[in-house]
Write a protein that binds this ligand. Structure first.
Ligand code: CTP
Ligand code: CA
Length: 225
């Protein structure tokens, strides 16, 4: 039942979780977004709070309710996200970067709604690259672990392990998003956890809450040492 005892093994740890997808405005009524539902990040935030952590959830727009005992901050653009994260991390023990970050943004936001009559059938929007938020995040002395996500449709583990190293992560959650009722938007997920110099951990298809529990078990083990 809901009164089940949960071990407070994350008490006294501050965990910053990012979740959901970013939005990059094109004009006052349109944006570039992605299919992230936020479910995985919210499940992690909820589980961490249940286990006694102080949780800051930095979130893009979602349809989800902020879990109890979680402090949330809403963001839209990648640059908002970067600013919020760099503030929140200053005394954090763990950062879990589950947000689906837009790699590009329109060079400029049009001040007025774009009208079809102004284009002869083709519209080109110039995009510029966003900063890599996790790779460039300031890392305070308090920080013990940085966890990233990799959503891939091809060569999952190769791409994920390249990102693990390149972004200097302590763990990456590799997520096959090529279909079959897992990943973006779904209630279930199936992932592989990669850590430098450790055996991979394969988590078969299960509800996102239970994936969150497994991820936090690895986090708890590492930060307790
Ligand atoms: N990420 C980030 N800032 C970005 C892009 C991604 O912090 N500008 C983070 C994501 O939140 C995730 C990890 O980096 O935790 C991997 O994101 P992913 O999109 O898989 O990697 P990219 O480096 O953007 O590579 P690509 O999209 O080309 O596969
Ligand atoms: Ca990306």
């Amino acid at each position: 039942d809901s009164e089940k005892q949960v071990a407070k093994d994350l008490e006294n740890f501050k965990i910053v979780v990012t979740a959901g997808g970013t939005r990059e405005p094109i004009d006052p009524v349109r944006f570039i977004g992605n299919f992230s539902s936020g479910k995985m990040g919210y499940a992690i935030a909820n589980e961490a709070a249940q286990r006694g952590a102080k949780v800051i959830l930095i979130t893009g727009p979602t349809n989800l309710k902020v879990p109890t005992q979680v402090i949330s901050e809403s963001i839209e653009t990648v640059r908002d996200l970067q600013e919020s994260l760099n503030k929140a991390v200053t005394d954090a023990d763990v950062v879990i970067m589950a947000a689906a970050v837009s790699d590009y943004r329109p060079l400029e936001k049009a001040q007025h709604k774009l009208k079809k009559e102004n284009f002869d059938g083709n519209l080109e929007i110039k995009l510029v690259e966003n900063p890599d938020v996790i790779a460039n995040m300031k890392r305070p002395d308090t920080l013990k672990m940085v966890v990233g996500f990799a959503a891939e449709t091809d060569d999952l583990l190769d791409h994920a392990s390249t990102k693990l190293a390149k972004k200097r992560l302590d763990m990456i959650v590799a997520n096959d998003v090529s279909g079959n009722g897992i990943g973006f938007g779904a209630d279930d997920n199936a992932v592989t956890l990669l850590q430098p110099d450790k055996d991979k951990i394969v988590l078969k298809k299960q509800i996102k809450n239970s994936i969150a529990r497994e991820i936090l078990n690895v986090v708890a083990e590492k930060i307790m040492k």
